[in-house]
Design a protein around this ligand. Structure first.
Ligand SMILES: O=C([O-])CC(=O)C(=O)O
Ligand SMILES: [Mg+2]
Length: 654
């Protein structure tokens, strides 16, 4: 870590804090003395602002020469400077350094959790793993049964409990409950049993959880920013207990997976994605902020559902929508600086492309559905071609679905071909065809289609049905990004198998119910010849004595490592070459043994290593492009990524 530049907020070793060496009786309730750096109103006493935040999360605080903790405070007014200092979210982020005596400031304070409060603090709770000594020192005696168990045994016990639940949603709720009661145990479980638990905290179960969010809702997670917060978004961000945010995943809930408009209940998605940022990419949980923008919903069922948790109105659009988003984007930059990753997730097509284009030049934005999905699919194709032979330029691609994922993947494939073959992008696009709900996208439709589809309107006679498009275009690769389940019919798959010795079929829509076909259908209908992957997981399939393990072509392979690469290099803008770098890093980790089983991605169980490699490549590209700000560049980026990852093991408390 010492040589690694990742901003893990080097808070001084708490053992050196003489304050913390006070007798325990002094510590509960316990206030640390506070110094207001360069703020004249130093006599303000801080009251308890948050429940016992971990010392390590208070990155911008530091020791003064006497060993007192200097606590930086927050203002409740707009920062005094009209052009706030944008330095990456660690310096004067609320303008407090520049605050004058007459300016009100938010009274932050820090406390040491103890006793009953400690048991209910998810960041510090260890449950039965508190040692006897800790139980004495922290007023826990009697609050726990006498047995002391290890974290490993807790993992075993929790897995035992989870496996008992028959209903996936029960497992999801148990995991969410654990995240809210014992965060480290939650992450240890997720990291150590990633293949088993990914379908629980992520697709497909998270989709059902969003649909039923209102009914299963116990405690709020993340930040809800609705039209009611208009004009106050900066204040809302300041209500979040953590200051040093490195990644935000934000949705407006309009296109949750392939399930459509789930309004405010889309919150399950940013929460789930960010838990993968930590488990799969090693970003600290306290640096992750899930956000849902609530501008209403057009989902009648939800509007009439008495348990719905969001605004009960139809979606705001046009200027009203754009203004709220703009206020949010501005407030994020003002509050956290230039180096916070903002991941757009599950926005509808009509907003997703525009938001990415609008903020791509001013913010560190990444659209997971356009760019993350593109990068993972490209990786799968590059990986598969290493074994199948040939190059991308020899293939013909047909997509069902011309939205974010479809056009995003198509464009990244074209970019890779154009770079590798040194041909113009327009030329590279010619072998890529898209079908939308109205049929094949052809030049005669050019005037009537949305702007993001126009580059794919090639010369051809109109074709309505997918199967006819397959027969006419003769693709070698068929990719489903339609959000509509069971659209790769038997006839479609059989036609692909007639046209190709080894057809590549990717059925990417999520969750499982929306998958264009199942793994079993793909293997059976192609008589075991298909190279198949899907967005949501499918179990292995037996076909004529062979077991095929379908790969999961899901952006979860990419975004955690990609984001880590941006963070560790202090990158300020995303560039397409970084997506290509991520694809190549993932593709090269596919081994022959994986491919032989039918996989086109390495298994998820090695995901932290995979993410570290992706992070290193992304960071290296950022340095090469001059977009990285953490200087000098560390020599061994992959080691640096690995060593900076969050560990869920318990700390011992003095
Ligand atoms: O969440 C997932 O599993 C993949 C994804 O981004 C989507 O389907 O929107
Ligand atoms: Mg998504």
């Amino acid at each position: 870590m010492a040589s690694c530049p990742i901003d893990h907020h080097s808070f001084p070793d708490p053992t050196k804090l003489n304050l913390l060496q006070r007798p325990a009786s002094d510590m509960f309730p316990f206030r640390l003395p506070v110094v207001f750096p360069r703020v004249a109103a130093a006599h303000h006493l801080l009251s308890l602002r948050t429940t016992s935040r971990p010392l390590s999360s208070l990155g911008s605080n530091r020791l003064d020469p006497n060993g007192s903790v200097l606590i930086e405070t927050t203002t409740t007014t707009t920062p005094p400077s009209p052009t706030p200092d944008v330095t990456g979210g660690v310096q004067d982020i609320y303008g407090e350094d520049a605050a004058t005596e007459d300016m009100p400031i938010t009274p932050w304070s820090l406390s040491v959790a103890s006793g009953y409060t400690l048991l209910r603090d998810p960041h510090h709770n260890k449950g039965l793993a508190f040692s006897q000594r800790e139980r004495d020192a922290h007023y826990l005696r009697g609050l726990l049964p006498p047995t002391v168990i290890s974290q490993d045994l807790q993992v075993k016990k929790m897995m035992h409990t989870l496996r008992h639940y028959q209903v996936p949603l029960q497992r999801y709720m148990a995991m969410m409950d654990l995240q809210e009661t014992n965060e480290r145990l939650f992450y240890k479980l997720l990291i150590e049993h990633v293949e088993e638990l990914l379908p629980v905290v992520y697709t497909p179960t998270v989709g059902e959880a969003c649909q039923k969010y209102g009914s299963i809702f116990l405690r709020p997670q993340g930040l809800f920013i609705s039209l009611k917060e208009k004009g106050k978004i900066l204040e809302v961000l300041r209500n979040w207990p953590e200051k040093n945010i490195q990644v935000i995943v934000v949705t407006d809930g309009e296109r949750i997976l392939g399930l459509g408009d789930l309004g405010c209940q889309g919150m399950g998605i940013p929460v789930g994605k960010l838990s993968l940022y930590t488990a799969l990419g090693g970003v600290r949980p306290s640096a992750c902020l899930p956000v849902t923008i609530d501008v209403g919903t057009n989902n009648e069922k939800l509007l009439n559902d008495e348990f719905y948790i969001g605004l009960r109105q139809r979606r705001a659009t046009g200027e009203e929508y754009a203004e709220l988003m703009h206020e949010f984007m501005t407030a994020v930059k003002q509050n956290y600086g230039e180096k916070v990753v903002i991941q757009f997730e599950d926005f509808a097509n009509h907003n997703a492309f525009d938001l990415l284009a609008k903020y791509g030049t001013t913010h560190l934005v990444f659209n997971d559905d356009i760019q993350g999905t593109a990068s993972v699919v490209l990786a799968g194709l590059i990986g598969a071609l290493r074994f199948v032979g040939g190059s991308l330029a020899n293939h013909r691609f047909l997509f069902l679905g011309a939205g974010e994922a479809g056009t995003g993947i198509a464009e990244l494939i074209a970019l890779e071909i154009s770079k590798k073959c040194q041909i113009p992008l327009e030329e590279a696009r010619k072998n890529i065809w898209l079908v939308d709900s109205k049929g094949l996208i052809v030049s005669s439709r050019k005037e009537s289609i949305q702007h993001f589809k126009k580059p794919w309107a090639h010369d051809h006679k109109p074709i309505k049905e997918l199967v006819d498009a397959v027969k006419a275009i003769k693709p070698t690769v068929l990719i489903g990004t339609s959000g509509v389940g069971q659209t790769f019919t038997q006839e479609v798959v059989e036609t692909m198998a007639e046209l190709n010795e080894k057809p590549i079929i990717l059925s990417l829509s999520n969750p499982t119910s929306q998958s264009e076909c199942t793994a079993e259908q793909a293997y059976t209908w192609s008589k075991g010849r298909v190279i198949f992957a899907s967005g949501s997981p499918f179990p292995p399939v037996e076909y004529e004595g062979r077991t095929f393990v379908p790969g999961q072509a899901n952006n979860a392979y990419i975004f955690p490592g990609f984001g880590l690469g941006l963070i560790m290099s202090g990158t300020i803008r995303v560039h397409d070459d970084m997506l290509l770098a991520a694809s190549e890093a993932l593709a090269e980790q596919l081994m022959e043994e994986h491919y032989e089983k039918g996989m086109i991605f390495p298994p998820f169980r090695n995901i932290r290593k995979i993410s570290a490699r992706i992070a290193a490549r992304v960071a290296a590209k950022a340095y090469e492009l001059g977009l990285a700000t953490r200087l000098p560049q560390p020599k061994e980026l992959e080691k640096c990524a690995e060593s900076s990852m969050y560990s869920p093991s318990y700390h011992s408390y003095r």
